[in-house]
Design a protein. Structure first.
Ligand code: ZN
Length: 169
């Protein structure tokens, strides 16, 4: 297993639309293991393959208090959504930014597990938020896209400044 660098906003690779996984093979399972290790090391609760520069529809999540209940969603699709909730979100690819985003309160999701078996998940609350956030990543979308234009302008400036600071000798 290996850690993979996490891309940060405004890296253009975060805007790529990920392709579905056709066969859940050893290469996909190795990607899942690396993504899980990377997510735990970064103290995140979810990570999409697009965030590590791999444009495949793979998501790992763990919302458990002990960080010992990994959830793997391959080719996740939302089949039903209901209600509205507003939750403060953050993202490993948008460091130090936490903003409220409106999402569906309850969703139903079809996906494949790490054995390639078709599964269904009914999610609400934080789990529903997390799944919607991660599926957005697979479509090249970030949570900051939901913010006002003014807030997005401010974020772009901040991100530009951060990158300049990092590249300074
Ligand atoms: Zn994210």
């Amino acid at each position: 297993m290996a850690l993979i660098p996490i891309l940060t906003y405004p890296d253009p690779r975060l805007r790529e639309k990920a392709r579905p996984v056709e066969v859940v093979d050893a290469a996909i399972r190795a990607l899942i293991d690396d993504m899980a290790q990377t997510m735990y090391a970064a103290k995140g609760i979810g990570l999409a393959a697009t965030q590590v520069g791999v444009a495949r529809r793979v998501v790992v999540m763990d919302l458990s208090p002990e960080h010992d209940q990994l959830q793997v969603l391959i080719n996740p699709t939302i089949t039903a959504r209901d209600g509205v909730q507003v939750c403060e979100e953050g993202c490993l690819s948008v460091p130090e930014v936490f903003e409220e985003v409106e999402r569906a309160e309850r969703i139903a999701v079809n996906y494949l597990d790490r054995d390639g078996q078709a599964q269904q998940l009914d999610a609400d609350g934080l789990l529903a938020v997390c799944v919607q956030h991660e599926i957005d990543h697979l479509d090249g979308k970030l949570f900051v896209d939901y913010l006002s234009r003014l807030k997005q302008d401010r974020l772009r400036k901040k991100a530009g400044k951060r990158q300049r600071d990092e590249t300074r000798p």
